[in-house]
Design a protein around this ligand. Structure first.
Ligand code: ADP
Ligand code: MG
Length: 319
């Protein structure tokens, strides 16, 4: 597509890194791996009307497209380094591209992440970002490795993005609490530092993109274990609790997607030190349950009764 659009992106995301031998502008980027590290790579696509509401601000999309990918690197305990961006635009809208690149750069700068290439085409607004990060050999966090008796924890708070989405769809509210929840859906915070801190401590880790039940379910499947969660322990923000009733906020925390917190498992004897580390990083980590024998995720209410679960999370190809 138009060279000027690519050039705008290049200028606005410029990031000096010694390991980028050749960045945007040639047929491929040339990148130097740090010796002895493993490369963690991930890609995520966002389609207008599917992954974000029509009319979402370009600057928020730029941030979020990178954030959801950094969240995947965080869940692996990888240090972000490089990204590729495939942008499909309905038209050559320079203002949109500028806003998008600025949002992307705001987050990229925080990690000295370099945008090293991409592709620009015409079509329904669709954004694919691929990220590359480094991890010492054998040290990556994975979904496998949770052991019976491990404690299940989650960073930050859950359900905010689902609450924010509902507020966006309803329209109207614009007080501080509503703004906070809406910010949580548009500008998720990838827990990169938390992922790095969990290396060597967590037995399994995943980022909560499709909802806690679905994502913790993935840990259970990969680790061949079950999990028991206590609804009363789900960390929920005061904004969510003030704007929604208990049952709704609980449902959002269990099944809402897009929070991009980390859900992870830790052997009981290491929980206190992990919680101290993550509190120091500012996100904190709440214990929400434990790993048990069996399969799947069970949720218990305050009285210890097993909850009937209707939604198990976001399935793109589900009914
Ligand atoms: P080619 O035809 O070789 O694929 P393009 O015209 O698609 O070349 O891209 C030219 C250069 O601009 C390449 O280095 C490519 O990586 C980069 N590029 C294209 N689109 C983007 C984008 N949206 N973001 C970042 N870099 C891009
Ligand atoms: Mg191309």
């Amino acid at each position: 597509m138009e060279f000027s659009l690519i050039d705008r992106i290049r200028q606005r995301t410029a990031q000096g890194r010694d390991d980028v031998r050749l960045g945007i502008g040639d047929d491929a980027a040339l990148l130097a791996m740090p010796p002895g590290q493993e490369l963690a790579v991930a890609i995520d696509t966002m389609v207008e009307g599917v992954h974000f509401p029509i009319g979402t601000a370009a600057v928020d999309l730029g941030w979020k497209a990178l954030a959801v990918n950094l969240s995947d690197l965080a869940a692996m305990g990888a240090t972000p380094a490089w990204a590729l961006l495939a942008l499909t635009l309905p038209n050559a809208d320079a203002a949109f591209v500028d806003g998008f690149a600025d949002g992307f750069a705001q987050l990229a700068q925080a990690y000295r992440l370099a945008l090293v290439g991409g592709d620009t085409t015409r079509g329904t607004l669709t954004i694919s970002v691929a990220v590359h990060g480094f991890v010492p050999p054998g040290k990556a966090l994975t979904r496998a490795g949770a052991q019976v008796g491990d404690v299940v924890l989650v960073t930050g708070t859950l359900g905010d993005a689902a609450g924010g989405l509902q507020l966006v769809q309803r329209g109207g509210r614009s007080d501080a609490q509503a703004s906070y929840l809406i910010q949580r859906i548009h500008r998720p915070t990838p827990r990169v530092a938390a992922g790095l801190a969990l290396r060597g401590h967590a037995s399994a880790c995943i980022d909560v993109s499709d909802g806690l039940l679905a994502d913790l379910g993935h840990i259970c499947t990969s680790s061949h274990v079950g999990a028991e969660i206590e609804a009363a322990l789900l960390p929920r923000s005061s904004a969510l609790l003030d704007l929604f009733d208990d049952a709704t906020s609980c449902d959002f925390a269990l099944s809402g997607g897009d929070d991009y917190e980390l859900c992870f498992t830790v052997p009981p004897q290491h929980v206190a030190s992990v919680q101290t580390d993550l509190a120091r990083l500012g996100c904190g980590a709440a214990r929400i349950g434990r790993i048990v024998e069996g399969r799947g995720v069970n949720v218990r209410d305050r009285e210890g009764r097993q909850l009937e679960l209707v939604h198990q999370g976001w399935d793109h190809f589900g009914a």
